[in-house]
Design a protein around this ligand. Structure first.
Ligand SMILES: *Cc1c(COP(=O)(O)O)cnc(C)c1O
Length: 818
């Protein structure tokens, strides 16, 4: 049934905006959102077939064709609205209004997620808490989070983030917070705001109807805050704290100890402290975050001893979820952080999305205050049962007690029992999710499953990749398509993993150099269109069988694929490469008339796109040449499209050109090195995050006497007597011989250590004379910490591309998510 009005309520239990993340289609309402490179309306029919029966769609994107199809669907509600996000927000607002629980809203530039998570942990001794999952704090994240409020909840803790003016009032309307926390105001998201003041006012509008606001009074912030809030919410209570002036609001006295900090809180005009706690952190940011949390907890009525006890157990939330290669071809998802019900629900889809067919969960008793054990484990069993999981392994007394809730579970009362049982040795070719509360020491489980504890590894930061991708998407805007270059093992980082991420982020195209690389992607669940740059004539069968699209760069190839399409009766998608100055592959400009004439005789070939490659887009002194290439390409595009009667997708820009030559973006850009956080444009380099970290470790430490030499050919010497470390990284791993003799540096315990002597095949030596407290087994970072890849490239007289693609296969790739 079609509804031309917004729904007042939804009958579904869950809301989804992402067709891939729907777990219970029958109980999910789908909002078709249009993003920069993505349109939810495309998935409606598929979702209907999967069982979704409640849809919210946008009038402008809802085609008569779809309407005609959907007319016949039984038991389906389709709401046709102007803007799905507006509707989502209204529904979230109504949902919030149904539950008259107090809500704490947190905004500011830094620390929002940490404060939210910590408050969640603190307040859970007293209240049943609902909060945003992860950092769901946007115009979409907040309504989705609010939808999680249920009748058992007693308090909500939500963070609110904005990126441009006008967004906060919308969040305010939905959240209607009673309590506010304004965290440290910094630089993040500064570009879209005309001044610091505007940004602050926008943030404060979150508290337009709040009862109280907590903030740290620093650099005159109090006056600014009051100046604005007096206008919009004169009755608000100011709870401000500082560390300098005992007679201004709440005064916090800090005393550092070895690994802890003692905090004493005192109110103005009182001599006694009202709260005293010890926290397990000593860094400035964590202390500030703790102060906000402790003060709010106090005002919400928690006792000194409750607050103290909860602080002692506070987990640093920087613990990362790691995906690692395990022994026997297992893949490990190590997720010890967030050992509560929400964390569990979030980790299961990650397990589901891995490429391994068999899934295994190893988990311990959960630490979830607020729920009765029976209810908690019933909930978990229900979550787990939604997924096809081969083996469920539980550890702990509580799981032991409730084992009948889980079908086929293998339970151990203690971690030691699991380790002794031999069960872990039986696991192979599986994706294994490991979630253990801290006291169960699941590091030991991971260690038994991991390939080696100590090894040289290339760490790939998936969050940084997502950040960089987002940066480029913002640069090119929604009209321009994006092609991800995953050739050469995705520049050394792992094609399947990177292609998987790009696919999840809705990339339009992927490109590999050779057919094999494309086949590998297809075999691992990559369904995004793939262009192959260097197809061979004898591989056309393989290409078409796996739905790969060849780049055609010569008459030889063109005629061969034409013939192939005739003999097999297949229509084939191709990409035409034009040479505008690279002199590598492609049809020359003076071959265009001939090319056009032949293409007109080949209507069964569909020219999806035309491309060319820029020679020097990163170099200003060749700007004229680049412009010439661009205009030749434009001309070639016109000629071909006139001849064939339609317009192929045009693309010539590589990473460097996106920023340096916006005119070259045409319909699509090809993103390569930029994705990995490398740019020769300084501003851009600052906006990107480094993705790669090459780490090894110290195998042995040697004391060197004066006049002794180090390594082959007696080439290495120190300035006098000193110490060297032998590292497990050599030229066979991809660490160039050019980096020997002090040209390359490793970061060890934060100190840069030059190489000494020649680089060997599997090892190298560095000078650690001046590194304090260094031990065998310590980590040594070749790049990705203080040393940048581009610096290594320069020292090795090459470019970052070569450094990255030379890292040999035997170096283990580890994917980390923050
Ligand atoms: C590798 C490659 C790119 C990507 O180049 P980056 O400089 O890494 O962005 C683009 N186009 C072609 C044809 C390529 O071979």
């Amino acid at each position: 049934m079609f509804h031309s009005q917004e729904p007042l309520f939804l009958r579904s239990k869950y809301i989804s905006l992402d067709s891939r993340q729907i777990i219970e289609p029958k109980e999910t309402a789908f909002f078709a959102i249009r993003g920069v490179h993505h349109d939810g309306h495309q998935y409606i029919e598929t979702l209907y077939k999967r069982g979704v029966s409640e849809f919210i769609v946008e009038r402008e994107a809802w085609s008569p064709y779809m309407a005609q199809k959907a007319e016949k669907w039984q038991g389906v509600d389709i709401y046709i609205v102007e803007n799905c996000i507006d509707t989502l927000q209204k529904i979230a607002q109504k949902h919030r209004e149904e539950f008259q629980i107090p809500i704490v809203a947190i905004t500011g530039s830094n620390g929002k997620t940490t404060i939210k998570e910590w408050l969640g942990q603190l307040l859970s001794v007293q209240f049943k808490v609902v909060k945003n999952p992860k950092s769901y704090n946007s115009q979409i994240g907040v309504p989705l989070s609010l939808w999680n409020i249920k009748k058992e909840h007693e308090i909500g803790i939500f963070e609110a983030g904005i990126s441009k003016p006008g967004e906060m009032p919308k969040l305010e309307k939905m959240l209607q917070p009673n309590w506010g926390i304004l965290t440290n105001i910094g630089e993040a998201h500064g570009q879209n705001f005309s001044s610091e003041n505007e940004k602050l006012r926008e943030k404060l509008s979150l508290f337009a109807h709040a009862k109280s606001i907590i903030f740290r009074d620093k650099n005159g912030l109090k006056n600014q805050v009051k100046a604005y809030l007096n206008e919009i919410n004169p009755k608000i209570e100011y709870i401000h704290w500082n560390t300098e002036d005992p007679e201004n609001g709440i005064y916090v006295h800090r005393k550092m100890e070895k690994n802890t900090c003692q905090l004493r809180f005192k109110k103005q005009a009182q001599t006694e402290c009202f709260l005293e706690v010890q926290i397990p952190f000593t860094d400035e940011a964590s202390i500030e975050n703790c102060c906000h949390c402790a003060i709010l907890a106090h005002f919400l009525g928690l006792s000194q001893s409750q607050i103290q006890q909860q602080f002692r157990q506070l987990k640093s939330i920087s613990m990362r979820l790691e995906v690692k290669e395990g022994l026997r071809n297992n893949q490990l998802i190590d997720d010890s952080y967030n050992n509560d019900l929400d964390g569990f629900k979030l980790a299961l889809p990650l397990l589901q999305n891995t490429h391994k067919k068999e899934k295994v969960i190893i988990f311990s008793d959960l630490l979830e205050a607020g729920l009765k054990d029976q209810t908690l484990y019933q909930e978990i069993a229900k979550e787990v049962s939604k997924y096809p999981i081969k083996r469920i392994i539980g550890v702990g007394e509580n799981l032991y007690k409730h084992q009948e809730l889980f079908e086929g579970i293998e339970v151990f009362r203690q971690t030691e029992d699991l380790l002794q049982s031999g069960t872990l040795h039986q696991l192979h070719d599986a994706a294994i999710l490991i979630k253990g509360a801290r006291k169960f020491n699941f590091e030991r489980v991971t260690a038994q499953l991991e390939r080696k504890t100590h090894c040289t590894q290339l760490e790939i930061n998936l969050n940084a990749i997502q950040h960089n991708l987002r940066y480029f998407k913002e640069q090119i805007g929604r009209e321009t398509k994006l092609m991800g270059m995953v050739k050469a093992f995705a520049y050394g980082t792992g094609s399947v993993e990177i292609a998987g991420i790009l696919q999840n982020q809705g990339i339009d195209y992927l490109t590999v150099a050779y057919t094999d690389e494309g086949v590998e992607l297809r075999k691992n669940g990559i369904y995004t269109p793939i262009m192959v740059m260097n197809p061979q004539v004898n591989e056309f069968d393989l290409l078409t069988e796996f739905g790969l699209e060849p780049e055609i760069y010569s008459f030889g190839l063109l005629r061969a694929i034409d013939e192939y399409s005739h003999t097999t009766g297949k229509n084939i998608k191709i990409h035409l490469k034009i040479d505008t100055g690279m002199k590598r592959l492609g049809f020359d400009i003076d071959e265009l008339p001939q090319l056009c004439a032949e293409l007109q005789q080949m209507p069964q070939l569909w020219i999806v796109s035309m491309l060319s490659h820029l020679v020097a887009s990163d170099s200003e002194k060749h700007n004229d040449f680049t412009e010439k290439q661009v205009s030749l390409f434009e001309k070639a595009g016109r000629e071909v499209s006139e001849a064939i009667g339609y317009q192929p997708i045009m693309h010539i820009s590589n990473s460097a050109a996106i920023q340096n030559h916006p005119k070259s973006r045409f319909d699509m850009v090809r993103l390569g090195i930029g994705l990995y956080g490398i740019s020769t444009n300084l501003n851009e380099q600052r906006a990107l995050e480094p993705v790669l970290k090459l780490k090894t470790y110290i195998s042995q430490i040697k004391s060197i006497k004066e006049n002794e030499t180090i390594g082959y050919g007696r080439k290495g010497t120190l300035a006098g007597a000193g110490k060297t470390a032998t590292l497990a990284l050599g030229y066979a791993d991809g660490y160039s011989r050019k980096l020997g003799m002090g040209k390359g540096f490793f970061e060890i315990n934060g100190v840069l250590c030059p190489t000494v002597g020649a680089i060997c095949m599997d090892m190298c030596m560095v000078d650690i004379t001046h590194v304090p407290q260094v031990n065998e087994g310590d980590e040594a970072i070749a790049f990705g910490g203080k040393v940048q890849i581009s610096e290594v490239a320069k020292a090795a007289e090459t470019i970052a591309y070569e450094i990255m693609t030379n890292i040999s296969e035997r170096v283990k790739r580890v994917y980390v998510r923050e």
